[in-house]
Design a binder for this molecule. Structure first.
Ligand code: ZN
Length: 157
């Protein structure tokens, strides 16, 4: 399974699974470069397998044409268009929380998903942790056995 990420997917700070193929177009990397600590994160992601790929010019033009015809064009940045064209090129799913990109993907029959509900479902387990003393629990408990502290539910990657 291949996924194309937009800038919002990276800025979400979510840990993305590297059991799938992750791609970004150069425009996303350029946007991230302006963002200091996020650039560090994206470099780590690249070291872990995230690939930067340019979509073919013909597909970029095709997306622009379609966006102009549906009225989405004004809401899409050049980088957004690259994200969509790259997803077409790779037959990939787009991961984004950007409504304009989601809408355009729908118009073009491209699979997409939001970051919050994305395919990391199988990648984490719920764990429970005491706010006060930090003890971990595998199962939900009312309060901490050790100190009586409040229990917080955590996603554990
Ligand atoms: Zn405790």
């Amino acid at each position: 399974m291949s996924y194309v990420l937009d800038t919002s997917a990276i800025l979400s700070g979510k840990n993305l699974p590297f059991t799938v193929d992750l791609y970004i177009p150069p425009g996303v990397l350029d946007e991230i470069k302006k963002g200091g600590r996020w650039y560090r994160k994206v470099k780590m992601m690249m070291a872990a397998g995230l690939k930067v790929v340019s979509p073919p010019g013909a597909l970029v033009e095709a997306v622009e044409r379609k966006a102009k015809s549906t009225g989405d064009y004004l809401r899409l940045s050049d980088t957004d268009v690259e994200v969509i064209a790259l997803a077409l090129h790779l037959d990939a799913e787009i991961l984004t929380d950007d409504y304009s990109i989601q809408n355009m993907a729908k118009n073009m029959g491209i699979r997409y998903g939001g970051i919050s509900q994305m395919g990391i479902r199988e990648e984490y387990t719920w764990t429970y942790r005491c706010r006060k003393c930090g003890r971990w629990y595998r199962e939900s408990v009312e309060e901490c056995d050790t100190c009586g502290g409040e229990i917080r539910t955590t996603k554990c990657f």
